[in-house]
Write a protein that binds this ligand. Structure first.
Ligand SMILES: Nc1ncnc2c1ncn2[C@@H]1O[C@H](COP(=O)(O)OP(=O)(O)OP(=O)(O)O)[C@@H](O)[C@H]1O
Ligand SMILES: [Mg+2]
Length: 278
């Protein structure tokens, strides 16, 4: 976590990246979330605990937490290093199972899924941007982006045209023929984001996708994620950058595996700092 990150809530109160000085707005946020959740839940966490390891070396990385993310909501997750953000995303993406409690993704309880059903859910419904980007070095940027579509049976020409469009959204169409090793860190991140956005997947989970981006490119990516949500998708973004979190509908602050607080982002904050939302 960087010192000095600040975030302005909907009441105009300034909070730091642990959400400590926020005033008001909590009830409004809870109400709004409740209303949105009633239209459909992308993620539902109930009494969820994730413990890594056993015995004296066991680490409670997360929980117990209760959290709903509504369909079509953009949630940013902030918190210090080691606070459980990646652990949370691993569960939200069906990459991991809770030690205790219940996780449901797009209406499906993880407990009810076998390994292959869980893989199908991930492939069909979830786009990931991991901290380590996992681009395949032997494939070009375009081929990397097209891969999830082709794995799901989309024809090559259709996968290619959707991938060109996704790369254009992150301003990477000119470099689409390059291999990952011939791209900068920030360019590779944008390819990974295009790969997570391409196709019809409803949920995008991103772990610090803007870490290697300069402020202008970071804004391009945040605008893309916002547009993705405005097209009806759900985005959960882990970030240390409060100006990026301000693009979200809601910010969840984690500390020591617990939800410290939640707040809604301030719309008036955006024109002043980042320019108007699309
Ligand atoms: N496989 C594991 N085995 C043991 N402990 C783990 C494992 N994975 C994570 N942890 C621990 O769980 C806690 C939460 O880790 P997590 O990776 O979720 O944090 P984070 O908030 O994503 O941190 P960062 O900002 O550094 O990425 C940390 O204390 C971490 O050391
Ligand atoms: Mg992490």
């Amino acid at each position: 976590m960087r010192d000095g990150d600040e975030f302005v809530d909907e009441e105009g109160a300034v909070v730091n990246d642990e959400g400590e000085t926020m005033s008001g707005g909590d009830e409004t946020m809870r109400q709004a979330t409740k209303e949105r959740a009633s239209t459909g839940s992308a993620l539902c966490f109930r009494s969820v605990v994730r413990v890594h390891g056993t015995g004296p070396t066991a680490v409670r990385a997360l929980g117990p937490i209760d959290l709903d993310v509504a369909d079509g909501e953009f949630v940013a997750v902030m918190g210090p290093s080691g606070s459980g953000k990646s652990t949370f995303l691993g569960l939200a993406g069906a990459l991991d199972l809770p030690t205790e409690g219940r996780v449901s993704i797009l209406g499906t309880d993880l407990d009810e899924l076998g390994t292959s059903q869980s893989a199908t859910l991930r492939r069909r419904a979830i786009g990931f941007v991991f901290q380590e980007l996992n681009l395949l070095p032997g494939l070009t940027a375009l081929e990397n982006v097209a891969l999830p579509l082709e794995l799901d049976g989309v024809s090559s020409s259709e996968a290619r045209s959707q991938s060109v469009e996704a790369l254009a959204r992150v301003q990477m169409e000119r470099l689409s023929h390059r291999f990952p090793d011939d791209l900068s860190g920030g360019e590779q991140q944008r390819v990974a984001i295009a790969r997570a956005m391409v196709g019809e997947r409803r949920l995008l989970l991103a772990d610090e996708p803007t870490g290697a981006l300069d402020s202008v490119t970071g804004e391009v990516v945040m605008r893309c994620l916002r547009e993705h949500v405005d097209r009806g998708r759900t985005v959960v973004l882990v970030t240390h950058d409060s100006s990026h979190a301000a693009w979200a509908d809601r910010v969840v602050f984690l500390r020591d595996g617990q939800i410290l607080r939640e707040t809604r982002s301030s719309r008036p904050f955006l024109p002043r700092v980042l320019g108007p939302r699309p």
